[in-house]
Design a protein around this ligand. Structure first.
Ligand SMILES: Nc1ccn([C@@H]2O[C@H](COP(=O)(O)OP(=O)(O)OP(=O)(O)O)[C@@H](O)[C@H]2O)c(=O)n1
Ligand SMILES: C[C@](O)(CO)[C@H](O)COP(=O)(O)O
Length: 233
């Protein structure tokens, strides 16, 4: 039974507004991408890693991150696509011999071994699961004029993170179907299964520290989180 981590690092990071793409910015001296690769490298649940990045960053990733830190589970570094779902699809095409895939944002450095383990258990039971945390805030649904339309019950609202974990055949088939249709508003892999798959997706607890580096203040928060978790990477 083979589990592959597909780590996405092909985004432009427009909201970070930095010369260096956010996945390569340094947190305490190491690139953002280093931290999630390190977690997958050290996890007993993961056999292989596929890194998806921009064409122009393939050599940098190989030399400065994968070889430099000895990430021996990385099987391939491949070019991504225009949208996140294009990069995921490229990753899926590069690991056709996998039974399970852990699709992860390279911009989320603080996943943990426990999360990977919980995700593995859930995917074995349900075939599809996503890591997330119950929302701490009250959420409002807005109408097109910026007016409040409704308020979903907070105990039913989760903030969704990655990794998102699927049986390979289920997510590949759903992506194949989705690619025949309009994917424009698809922002995560669970949505592909919700619309084009035929299975329920289990929610699995992640952590409030599993943030996505998106805007400049997230780097400051990430440094604080790293100090707190005091992991030896
Ligand atoms: N075409 C894309 C777009 C995104 N990603 C990856 O998907 C993850 C989550 O995406 P997001 O935070 O939106 O990253 P960006 O698209 O880079 O950010 P922005 O929307 O600010 O440009 C990131 O690890 C990013 O590198 C990717 O591999 N390929
Ligand atoms: C997949 C994701 O990280 C779950 O929260 C998120 O949807 C990615 O969204 P983005 O629009 O690419 O930031």
């Amino acid at each position: 039974m083979k589990s592959t981590a597909i780590v996405l690092a092909a985004g432009q990071g427009k909201r970070m507004n930095s010369k260096v793409q956010k996945q390569f910015l340094l947190i305490k001296g190491k690139p953002v991408l280093y931290y999630s690769l390190s977690c997958f490298q050290n996890s007993r649940e993961i056999e292989e890693i596929i890194v998806v990045t921009g064409k122009e960053s393939i050599n940098f990733c190989k030399q400065e991150i994968i070889e430099a830190y000895g990430f021996s589970k990385v099987k391939a570094v491949i070019p991504g696509g225009k949208e996140r779902y294009d990069s995921v699809y490229a990753g899926l095409c590069a690991c056709e011999d996998s039974d399970y895939v852990f699709i992860h944002d390279g911009a989320r450095p603080f996943l943990s071994n426990d999360m990977i383990r919980r995700g593995k258990e859930a995917v074995l039971d349900y075939g599809a699961c996503v890591i997330g945390m119950p929302s701490k805030d009250t959420i409002k649904i807005a109408d097109e004029n910026g007016m409040v339309e409704s308020t979903p019950s907070r105990n039913k609202v989760w903030n969704i993170q990655t990794p998102q974990i699927f049986s390979y055949t289920a997510i590949r088939e759903a992506h194949e179907k989705a690619r025949q249709q309009n994917m424009a508003d698809i922002t995560d892999d669970a949505m592909v299964i919700e619309r084009f798959g035929n299975m329920k997706i289990k929610l699995v607890e992640g952590s409030y520290e599993n943030i996505k580096i998106t805007t400049p203040e997230d780097i400051v928060v990430a440094e604080k989180i790293l100090e707190k978790i005091q992991k030896i990477y």
